[in-house]
Design a protein around this ligand. Structure first.
Ligand SMILES: C[S@@+](CC[C@H](N)C(=O)[O-])C[C@H]1O[C@@H](n2cnc3c(N)ncnc32)[C@H](O)[C@@H]1O
Length: 250
């Protein structure tokens, strides 16, 4: 990754929103909290002050070894791992409830791993997921003046590369994809290839509905994005951009 620091700063912007689950569960009920795709561990660091260290163990897991090394340096008191088997060893010795958090990670997961991850997440008592969701009226057309206004505000190469990859910005889905993506200029080469709306929300639900209750569900427009987009593009985002859900075993 070209500029890891800027990438991490961008992730931090939405941190408050990512901590939504703290209002809906008692974190001290859990003796193990695992964040799947934890990056530099920012989210776990924010949870740390509210846990009882005698009761709850925090574990961050990520496939990116470089970012996990950074996480370990910043927070040596939190366990950071790149091998899932090591997470499972800790889970095996957990006698009370366990929690797994998927924050902005499902959209990065290759579909060939879905089934495996469904099976792994079912080993936890409670599952927290937050990620992007495509607008419900995704096929709704976007008029040419809106496209032109947006085009004027970003580098020409970025706009052209985006349209070459994801198609002309003439419907809501493509527009929202661009508005969520354009800001990651430093990491553009990776970001442009991420399918932001790929989180398999329905499949996740089918997998869990038999054994889990939904204790919290929310589809919404990310507030800081709405403000940023209105300021920069003079465009008012009224549709859903994100989804949050908490499942707990029946
Ligand atoms: C957008 S970041 C989100 C970081 C953090 N969860 C947050 O919400 O700020 C996604 C992270 O998921 C990691 N990731 C992607 N696919 C993964 C996988 N299959 N297993 C573990 N980590 C994964 C990436 O390396 C990256 O650090």
């Amino acid at each position: 990754m070209k500029n890891l620091n800027n990438y991490i700063k961008k992730l931090e912007k939405s941190l408050e929103d990512k901590l939504f689950f703290l209002k809906h569960i008692d974190i001290n009920d859990y003796s193990l909290v695992v964040e799947f795709g934890c990056a530099n561990g920012r989210l776990l660091r924010r949870i740390e002050p509210v846990i009882d260290k005698e009761v709850t163990k925090l574990v961050g897991f990520d496939i990116n070894e470089e970012i996990i090394e950074i996480a370990k340096m910043i927070s040596p008191e939190i366990t950071f791992l790149t091998k899932w088997d090591e997470v499972l060893d800790i889970l095996k010795n957990t006698t009370k409830k366990s929690l797994i958090i998927f924050s902005s990670v499902w959209h990065e997961i290759n579909p060939q791993y879905y089934e495996k991850i469904f099976n792994e997440m079912k080993k936890f008592t409670t599952i927290v997921i937050r990620d992007m969701k495509e607008p419900i009226q995704s096929a709704e057309p976007i008029d040419a003046p809106t496209r032109d206004r947006i085009k004027k505000m970003v580098p020409e190469w970025q706009f052209d590369e985006f349209e070459a990859k994801w198609g002309r910005i003439d419907n809501k889905k493509t527009l929202y994809r661009f508005l969520l993506m354009y800001t990651y200029l430093d990491n553009w080469d990776n970001e442009i290839n991420e399918d932001y709306f790929s989180t398999p929300w329905a499949e996740i639900n089918w997998t869990l509905e038999k054994d889990y209750d939904i204790i919290y569900l929310n589809s919404y427009t990310l507030e800081y994005k709405k403000t940023e987009i209105a300021r920069i593009f003079d465009h008012h985002m009224k549709d859903i951009t994100h989804h949050q859900v908490i499942y707990t075993r029946k």
